[in-house]
Design a protein around this ligand. Structure first.
Ligand SMILES: Nc1ncnc2c1ncn2[C@@H]1O[C@H](COP(=O)(O)OP(=O)(O)O)[C@@H](O)[C@H]1O
Ligand SMILES: [Mg+2]
Length: 230
């Protein structure tokens, strides 16, 4: 299965989501590869250190994506692609192979309107391929007192894009994890809410992956117990 985390806007949480997702799948025991398609290489540098068992490839152009993904899919169970911020051709190429497009979006009306452009790419790919990719928007960097307003719900509805029920909250832990070469569920008890939230999100997005693996949260709990003993 190929999962593409895309949004041609930068700074919406693509690399954070893609990195956590590939590491989560790896911890569940699934053979995975992270395809980092952003020339900044932020997710691949982070994951190479935070989850060294994860295979990483880098694609810089649409051609590399179009030619690289099919053989990769034969090798592993999940290919998680971290999309670029502005290279629209590369994003389009990802959507031509992806089974699932995950579109992180900040929770504001401005961002929701900007999302209209992305959904056009998704619709085009779906028309060409007569169905796939399945697409879902994920609200990211959501404030603690955030409520999904009627405006936002209407905007999502107008885009005809399902919105994941689980949101990613704005938390320092997500921003700190890459600098510490780690993942939120390995950051101990203090970050249990982040660990819980990210686990819930990936279970929602990839229910079949969670069904036959060891839950990431169990691992977090075990680490926590080990830490308390020390
Ligand atoms: N849920 C979050 N809470 C706090 N900071 C976040 C969150 N998600 C991402 N960030 C931070 O915001 C910045 C942009 O996120 P990033 O994942 O790099 O976005 P993109 O890949 O879309 O450009 C990074 O510094 C990242 O650490
Ligand atoms: Mg990025």
């Amino acid at each position: 299965m190929i999962v593409a985390v895309v949004n041609s806007k930068g700074g919406v949480g693509k690399s954070t989501l893609a990195g956590n997702m590939v590491a989560w799948l790896h911890e569940l025991g699934h053979p995975v590869v992270l395809a980092d398609c952003d020339s900044q290489n932020s997710s691949s540098e982070w994951i190479a250190e935070a989850a060294p068992g994860v295979q990483v490839v880098r694609y810089e152009t649409a051609d590399e994506v179009l030619e690289g993904l099919p053989p990769l899919r034969q090798e592993v169970e999940y290919v998680v692609c971290d999309g670029p911020g502005s290279q629209t051709e590369t994003s389009r190429a990802l959507l031509l192979w992806a089974d699932l497009a995950v579109i992180p979006c900040k929770a504001s009306m401005f961002e929701a309107r900007a999302l209209a452009k992305n959904t056009a790419f998704v619709r085009q790919a779906q028309a060409i391929r007569q169905g796939p990719p399945q697409a879902v928007a994920v609200l990211s960097m959501v404030g603690k007192d955030f409520r999904l307003t009627k405006d936002m719900r209407d905007a999502a509805e107008a885009l005809k894009l399902p919105l994941a029920a689980t949101h990613v909250t704005l938390r320092q832990a997500y921003a700190d994890a890459p600098g510490q070469s780690t993942l939120v569920w390995k950051m101990g008890y203090r970050e249990k809410e982040a660990a819980k939230e990210i686990d819930a999100l990936f279970r929602e997005l990839l229910p079949e992956a969670a069904a036959d693996g060891v839950p990431g949260l169990t691992r977090a709990r075990a680490n926590r117990r080990a830490n308390t003993k020390r």
